[in-house]
Design a protein around this ligand. Structure first.
Ligand SMILES: [Fe+2]
Ligand SMILES: [Fe+2]
Length: 475
């Protein structure tokens, strides 16, 4: 299905055929633009940015690259093509035809899921809105803006579903998505991680590595949904989302590469010596990884969850790659064993019905995916001749949601007395001194091809252009 750009709202859903819906969305559009101007990267509204815009929804050649000012970006509604005769892939209705409408009995569950997903998209734009001022290069600046406009589009994706399938409630929720703001004391965003400030580029790279990857897993499980418009919406969002994680993975890899260069030049692994050379020492990087990884783990919810069980049973939210990764798509009688806190500072084994364990199934798949980048960076470190190893902390570490919420453990997940935890924490997550050092590195570099001293250049530019292309022309 090709995208119609002649309309006010680009779309591939025949919006012009539904006048009421079109009018409602055209009414929301200027509010979105107000929000973008107020809460987005608006200090750069006049900059010419080399951006991709979706032109189709096929895997091949789906995007067009060109120079645009961000407020002129064509945000629109793009769903992946329907799969003919698609049937429900999991849960109690396994094998039956998928739904084109939301069944009344699941309406509130669907609405909550769509609103929660939708809330994260503008939240990240708000979190990242000041970063442009301290960009390490024009290449990185362009990637930031690409992510920002696409998160804006993901908001459109969810707002479309709310308007098209949830009537008045949906329209109200769409307004609320613009009214909550990241970190706002009165009206914060729904999920914790999306209220954490992102004030420096190291945090941004960790966020795109860990938190956008949470997004990937949420979208992958919603892409399995029996509600076909939601599944198709999420499938296309995943195409865009891949770039966000790419920015995180290659970005952190470039930080490691630069640090290794400095370690070789100075002949030292001492954090202070590395910091004096204006780079990020590996133990400091480890603390940033610990922070963003543990924060992102909470986004998967409780280890044991009746909500997750009913979302699976009812065909609302599946598992990533349900068809290819699992044999049993109903999970009515299977169970898993989990290690849980025993309430006395120790561990106990617990048998949990598989449906109730779906959040943990998803979280485990996520953790495995997170490990891929670390393996790659550790290979870089080893090849450079150093013994340091970056590691993911245990998924019990520093949790605020679920069975391990507020249970002090060390980074290995071993239950730890409270005082020991309080004493250990400054060495496990970024300290004030770490943040001050990272802040001191954040100097704006905007000469084409030049990089800040704390990050190595990328291996290649965007869309086959050279690294020193002028990806952003500042006004
Ligand atoms: Fe997104
Ligand atoms: Fe993203």
């Amino acid at each position: 299905m090709s995208i119609n750009y002649a309309e006010k709202i680009p779309n591939n859903v025949d919006l012009a055929d539904d006048r009421a819906l079109q009018r409602a969305l055209e009414h929301w559009q200027p509010r979105f633009m107000d929000w973008w101007r107020e809460m987005g990267p608006n200090d750069f509204a006049g900059a010419d940015v080399y951006l991709r815009t979706a032109t189709g929804v096929d895997a091949e050649g789906w995007a067009h690259y060109g120079t645009v000012k961000m407020p002129d970006y064509r945000w629109g509604i793009f769903l992946a093509d329907p799969i003919a005769d698609r049937t429900i892939g999991f849960g109690d209705s396994f094998g039956q035809p998928v739904w084109r409408q939301v069944p009344g009995e699941f309406r509130s569950q669907f609405r909550r899921l769509i609103v929660t997903q939708g809330d994260t998209e503008p939240a990240s734009v708000e979190q990242q809105r000041r970063l442009g001022h301290t960009c390490p290069s024009l290449f990185d600046l362009r990637n930031l803006f690409q992510i920002n406009v696409e998160e804006g589009r993901h908001l459109w994706a969810m707002v479309y579903l709310l308007h098209a399938y949830f009537g008045r409630d949906g329209r109200e929720e769409a307004e609320e998505l613009l009214a909550r703001h990241s970190g706002d004391a009165d009206k914060p965003r729904i999920l914790g991680t999306f209220n954490e400030p992102i004030e420096d580029w190291l945090s941004f790279l960790c966020f795109t590595y860990f938190t956008d990857r949470d997004g990937k897993f949420q979208l992958k499980s919603l892409a399995e949904s029996s509600f076909d418009p939601l599944a198709r919406t999420c499938r296309f969002m995943l195409t865009e989302e891949a770039h966000h994680m790419f920015v995180g993975e290659t970005g952190l890899g470039r930080v490691v590469r630069r640090t290794l260069e400095v370690m070789k030049e100075t002949g030292s692994e001492e954090p202070q010596a590395i910091q004096r050379q204006g780079a990020v020492d590996l133990p400091l990087l480890q603390r940033y990884l610990n922070f963003w990884f543990s924060s992102s783990l909470d986004l998967f919810g409780s280890e044991v969850s009746s909500n997750a069980a009913s979302a699976f049973a009812n065909g609302i939210k599946g598992r990533p790659d349900e068809a290819t990764q699992y044999q049993d798509h109903v999970c009515a009688d299977s169970s898993v064993e989990m290690e849980m806190p025993d309430g006395r500072g120790g561990l106990k084994k617990e048998t949990v019905g598989m449906r109730n364990a779906m959040n943990e199934v998803l979280r485990n798949a996520y953790v495995r995916d997170c490990e891929i980048g670390l393996k790659r960076w550790n290979t870089q470190i080893k090849r450079a001749g150093f013994g340091f190893e970056l590691r993911l902390p245990s998924s019990r570490f520093r949790r605020a949601i679920g069975a391990w919420a507020n249970i002090p453990t060390d980074t290995e997940g071993g239950p730890t007395p409270r005082e020991e935890f309080d004493r250990g924490l400054p060495e496990w997550i970024p300290s004030a001194a770490d943040k001050a050092h990272v802040k001191s590195l954040m100097r704006r570099v905007v000469e084409p091809g030049k990089m800040a001293g704390w990050i190595a250049p990328p291996e290649r530019g965007v869309n086959n252009l050279p690294v020193d292309y002028e990806y952003v022309r500042l006004d």
